[in-house]
Design a protein around this ligand. Structure first.
Ligand SMILES: Nc1ncnc2c1ncn2[C@@H]1O[C@H](COP(=O)(O)OP(=O)(O)O)[C@@H](O)[C@H]1O
Ligand SMILES: [Mg+2]
Length: 293
């Protein structure tokens, strides 16, 4: 599979929500990372053909989003997915199957398989309104998988999951990731390090990074420091640098921060992680602005 996105743009009234994004995606799991309002949902809705781009082109193995074959290759979990509280899990999957045009025996077979895969077999006959957030999200993924899509788009699938549900979710995505393109958006960093082969970072409608986790981490490698300082020194440092973490202990303050060179005499270099990079990019005031004050 190859998904080619060519200078895709979406402008609402006077707001450019997606700004000339180009990239080419092959089979694998892609995490689309960006703050609220970065344009993730807008981009995903264009990829699903439910929103018309202002300009630019999307091709899946040469197919347009309006082609029937494109739609048949697509699975989508929208951010604001409606779950029909009075349906049971099985009824819901059978209903979505009929919308997708699956015949009844196939629908029954796929629904049973997917309830199994998403660990919902035991609650197949329970009403959705009795489900936890994580169970609903897994059912949402199941409905998106009914047609065995080659392109699976999940908009904030980890929102509202507890830690146990997150582990289940990660395992589920790994199980599904063979021979298809999965794009999942999030503004939560922690899961991505485990599940995504590639990271797409969006900021203000633009794609600012498209690389493997290792490559993306390199941007900030050697620039993450930890130090222990007095409270007043901590205040000074936080005016100069992007602070990733602050921890107070008795009369000392432990800081984790981003800096090109050592921020204090005894600061120690720390191993960089994706969360450091995320805060570096998305904290309210960037380092440059702080330095210019
Ligand atoms: N229907 C719309 N009309 C006008 N502006 C919109 C509409 N949908 C989204 N936006 C704006 O576009 C930007 C991107 O939104 P969205 O794609 O939802 O971002 P994200 O999913 O990353 O939070 C935001 O500034 C949002 O307010
Ligand atoms: Mg969104």
């Amino acid at each position: 599979m190859e998904l080619i996105i060519d200078r895709i743009t979406k402008q609402y009234a006077n707001k450019i929500a997606v700004d000339r994004i180009s990239c080419s995606l092959k089979d694998g799991v892609y995490a689309l990372l960006g703050a609220n309002g970065a344009g993730k949902t807008t981009l995903m809705r264009m990829l699903c053909g439910v929103l018309k781009p202002t300009s630019g082109e999307i091709k899946l193995n040469g197919l347009n989003t309006s082609d029937e074959e494109y739609r048949n290759s697509l699975g989508y979990l929208p951010q604001d997915f409606g779950y029909y509280p009075d349906f049971t899990a099985m009824e819901f999957l059978m209903y979505i199957s009929s919308l997708k045009g699956l015949d009844k025996p196939t629908a029954k077979l796929r629904s049973t398989e997917l309830l199994n895969l998403t660990s919902l077999s035991d609650v197949a006959k329970k009403k959705i309104k009795t489900f936890s957030g994580g169970m609903k999200q897994r059912l949402g993924i199941a409905q998106a998988m009914l047609n065995n899509p080659k392109l699976l788009i999940l908009d904030e699938p980890t929102a509202g999951l507890d830690p146990k549900e997150r582990v289940k979710f990660r395992n589920l995505i790994s199980d599904l990731s063979k021979d298809r393109i999965i794009i999942l958006s999030t503004h939560i960093v922690s899961d991505i390090e485990y599940i995504a082969n590639k990271i797409l970072i969006m900021k203000s409608g633009q794609l600012i990074h498209n690389d493997s986790l290792d490559e993306i981490i390199k941007i900030i490698e050697g620039k993450v420091w930890e130090c222990s300082v007095s409270t007043s020194e901590a205040e000074n440092l936080s005016r100069i640098y992007t602070i990733i973490n602050i921890r107070h202990e008795k009369d000392k303050t432990f800081l984790r921060l981003v800096s090109d060179k050592s921020p204090t005499i005894d600061a120690v270099k720390a191993e960089a992680c994706l969360e450091d990079l995320y805060i570096y990019y998305f904290s309210d005031v960037s380092e440059v602005e702080r330095n210019e004050k």
